[in-house]
Design a protein around this ligand. Structure first.
Ligand SMILES: *Cc1c(COP(=O)(O)O)cnc(C)c1O
Length: 428
């Protein structure tokens, strides 16, 4: 849809039309209608459009244009086929557990293209990645450094580490906020002397870089560039204190996607336009000029390509509010229910994927089957008059879906996950 009509669309249909194809009443993913996919696989289902995920990757890679290497952050969506898709596009991988490491290897990632971050890496996890092979371990505690050194010494191997830094100031949209929040991630920027002292006594560790990750769900290009600029400054300071060049600087993930009414996609052209300035900042410092820059997005790459489809079980009018009870809910999609860290609960984009051509829409509250009012997928979604057997689809659901949700709560079955590509689909 285009022109003045589309300007009036509620945000669900608007986002659906900008990412996927709409053919008459049907939302179509990868050449197949949602209706026909779920007729075969059932509901609730997460459907992933491989072409859309590839498009997200290529758009970002195109905008970065060699400024930075992309490592896909596996926690966003650890399905093996999804990881494999990004690996085939050329992505490296960022993992934060041994489970994610094994998933990445299973998907065909090369060990040397995997980065391991996370605040509480266990001894067995460190041992397995070192023995099998790992690109860099991003160390976050003194104990971790000690464990890596001990195990590397027992093998007489060298291990590449990078320091995860907990910044003193946080880069905000236009300014810097002093007194970074206390978090468990990384070493405090203002308290690195003990780390340098410890490292000077480690003989198996090569300190190759720094890792600075500021924030998530950033939709403003200027804010993202500001965060990256801040990361480069911190890296420069640390290299000066070390008195030698860095091989890698990891600027983190956090690239956002629009979820709520009024949000607009991250402007990749504006990101691209800001990169020459950052490149010259890097070039002007001999300690940084040869460093490989890494970004590690998850949500941005996997989110737009996925939808969560549920079937309407019953509809009831309760004191003036229409409640639509579906077979899907927060046990599969905690983020859509507003219970995954959101401060204000707003509606994810949501559509009726087999009734896309209808224009007579009404506000509805979409709930799941769990016995708790927390199990609400939308509070006032504009949808056609739904009845039992109709479908609803939550968009922007390819990241932080099933594995970021309390799947065991109330013991309902897991959602099926399906990858659609080139007119074919398969349960994954
Ligand atoms: C979660 C995480 C990411 C990915 O964050 P997104 O907001 O999905 O881009 C990247 N790096 C680290 C260390 C993370 O913990």
């Amino acid at each position: 849809m285009s022109g003045p009509e589309s300007a009036k669309l509620p945000h669900g249909p608007d986002i659906a039309g900008s990412i996927f194809t709409v053919d008459g009443p049907d939302l179509v993913l990868g050449g197949v209608s949602v209706r026909s996919i779920v007729a075969e696989v059932g509901t609730p289902a997460f459907l992933y459009d491989g072409a859309v995920m590839r498009r997200s990757y290529r758009a970002l890679a195109g905008a970065l244009g060699g400024f930075a290497d992309i490592h896909y952050s596996v926690k966003a969506n650890p399905a093996r086929q999804v990881i494999a898709l990004f690996v085939s596009e050329g992505a490296g991988i960022e993992i934060a557990s041994i489970g994610e490491y094994r998933a990445a290897l299973g998907a065909g990632a090369l060990p040397e293209r995997i980065l391991f971050a996370g605040p509480g890496k266990r001894r067995n996890e460190l041992q397995e990645v070192i023995a099998t092979g790992i690109g860099e371990i991003h160390v976050e505690s003194h104990e971790e450094i000690e464990r890596i050194e001990a195990f590397a010494a027992s093998l007489a191997w060298r291990v590449k580490i990078s320091l995860r830094i907990n910044p003193m100031a946080e880069a905000q949209a236009g300014a810097m906020r002093m007194g970074g929040k206390p978090t468990a991630f990384g070493f405090c920027e203002e308290d690195l002397e003990p780390v340098f002292t410890q490292l000077s006594q480690c003989h198996q560790l090569d300190l190759v870089g720094v890792h600075i990750y500021g924030g998530t769900q950033i939709l403003d290009a200027a804010a993202l560039l500001n965060q990256w600029r801040h990361g480069i400054r911190i890296a420069g300071d640390i290299a000066t204190r070390l008195g030698r060049p860095l091989d890698s600087i990891d600027l983190g993930g956090g690239l956002g996607i629009p979820y709520y009414a009024g949000e607009t996609p991250l402007d990749l052209a504006a990101v691209k336009a800001g990169l020459p300035e950052l490149s010259s900042l890097l070039k002007s410092d001999p300690n940084l000029s040869r460093a490989r820059i890494v970004v590690e997005p998850g949500r941005f790459l996997a989110g737009p390509g996925g939808i969560y489809v549920a079937e309407v079980n019953s509809v009831k009018a309760v004191r003036g509010t229409s409640f639509v009870v579906t077979d899907g809910g927060m046990h599969h999609h905690l983020a859509a229910s507003g219970n995954l860290g959101q401060i204000i609960k707003r509606d994810f984009p949501i559509v009726a994927p087999a009734r896309m051509d209808e224009t007579d829409l009404h506000p509805m509250t979409i709930v799941g089957p769990l016995c708790t009012p927390l199990d609400t997928l939308a509070r006032s979604a504009q949808l056609p008059g739904l009845k039992a057997g109709d479908l609803v689809a939550v968009l922007q659901s390819g990241a932080y879906g099933p594995t970021a949700s309390p799947g065991n709560f109330l013991s309902h079955p897991a959602a099926v996950e399906v990858l659609v590509e080139g007119g074919k689909f398969a349960v994954i």
